[in-house]
Design a protein around this ligand. Sequence first.
Ligand code: B12
Ligand code: SF4
Length: 508
Amino acid sequence: MVAEDRRSRASATPPPSSTADVPRVLLVDPYVARDDPMERKFVELYPSLGILSLAAYLREAGQRVEVVDLTFERGVRPVERRVRSFRPHVVGVHTKSLTHERSIEIAGLVREQGAVPIAGGPDAATRPEVYLDGGFEAVANGEGEATLVDVAERVVQGRPLAGTAGLIVGPPGSRSVGPPRPFLRPLDRLPMPAWDLIDMEGYLGRWQRRTGERRMAVLTSRGCPFDCSWCSKPTFGRSFRQLSPERVLRELLLLKQRYRVDYVRFCDDVFGIQRAWLEMLLDGMEAARLDVGFECLARVDLLKPDLLKRMRSLGLARVYVGVESGSQKMLDLMNRGTRLAQVERAAQSLRDNGIRQFWFLMLGYPGETVEDIDATLRLFRKFSPEEYSVSIAVPVPGTRFYDSVREYLKVGGRPRRANQGGKSLLYEGSYPESLYHWAQARFEWEAALSKVRGKIAPRILSGLSDAADRLDRTLVGPILLGPRSPPARATRSIRPASGPTDRPSTGA
Ligand code: B12
Ligand code: SF4
């Protein structure tokens, strides 16, 4: 498709229809699990909570909604078929960078069928121009529920989309950015997710075969008030809203009764930010004898030993922890807001309570030296988390980290393939990429050793660990570093100009 052609399509006003028409909206999740090389190793399959919420909200607003979830499919054919049978006015596509190309393909086929393609979700909100130039009529750049209701009504009534709150419309040159869409408050106004519109059994059955548990994802809040320098939050920014504990409990009970869900992943950016709120939810779970296992992502500063003990007794099985680095200097440079002592206390307490821990670690952040990497490795060795991911820092547009390395970005500044995030050094950092690959291998070695702990003599174990250190010091380190002097580039501090302002009480 030539650029001219694309431009004229993107600026077209959707054709008017009868005002008596009830809007028909098709929502699409373009993620195809079999095309995601990370899926088997790392990604756990859950439906998009964004799509489920949008669908429920539109339906409650009186619109007709269907969903095509490509997760278990092979390609876009099911979208084509559904567009033919349902004849939607609007097709809303949920975007992630991984699924960018498929989203563009879907926009094309939707247009051929005469429907209006609208993009939303993290990738489109981060780089709307890519989606507008790729054939989408408009991009929702924030919370989508009220925006999409508005869009579908306007399309059916033949009114222009330009000026819609929360929406970016039009070709370069005459692009219209609507005013910001206010966040929905209180969040309890949201209806229950539209589980009936997707193949719940596809997800639950798969989990059951794999783990014996019927697992589902649940959200208790939107947004995060913290301000880590590398974190991209295109949709909710630093806003933070929670459902009431009663509403969350109702959702958990429904999942249990309707779908026999017996394990839940709380997908909040940070679970249990407010201690009093969390205690109320735990009280409710206890009183209702919920008996559902669960896991969540939390910050080390929130994981207090007494709280963990209680959560364990109510079914907490695993916690994802953003440890990031074993160097306080690096945590400060990342504006993480956590102390190493808190990391150690949380890790110890998780271990004491028999809760699995999944650590997120990051290498290659500006300012990091080999000594900092060693500190992270020592911390890792000390606590041997059951699971971990150690990635090379990815500068995401819109973050302070990105701004600080912008002038050092390698060509394109994006992974060679979308799923390579975390495996390549995307900017000219302090050290060559091979050093980070070696560091990643050292973490793998330590993890392998921790798996045989107890099975072989401690003396042999520490000998194997020391051998890797010696190899690092005497041979590999100097070779990988070459004649370079310690970090010179992209190391300037990237703390925020002013400190965080809207943190809620953490109960700390
Ligand atoms: C929970 C979660 C998961 C879960 C569930 C995934 C799923 N099926 O959606 C799991 C762990 C399985 C997961 C996996 C992956 N995830 Co994930 N995940 C998240 C997380 C923490 C929350 C997502 C969520 O539920 N948000 C709450 C809902 C309500 O918000 P929402 O989805 O953004 O939708 C709202 C708006 O965006 C908008 N909207 C969304 N779609 C549309 C469409 C239209 C038409 C409109 C108008 C509006 C609209 O309206 C919605 C309601 O207000 C986010 C971080 C974040 N805070 O967003 C990362 C995040 C979305 N994941 C990310 C990634 C990269 C992945 C993986 C690709 C990882 C991989 N393979 O390496 C996989 C993809 C798997 C998949 N099925 O898509 C990235 C995406 C980055 C990007 N720019 O693409 C994020 C942003 C994390 C990050 N900062 O890097 N993930
Ligand atoms: S705590 Fe997590 S979600 Fe919040 S800013 Fe930091 S990395 Fe982002």
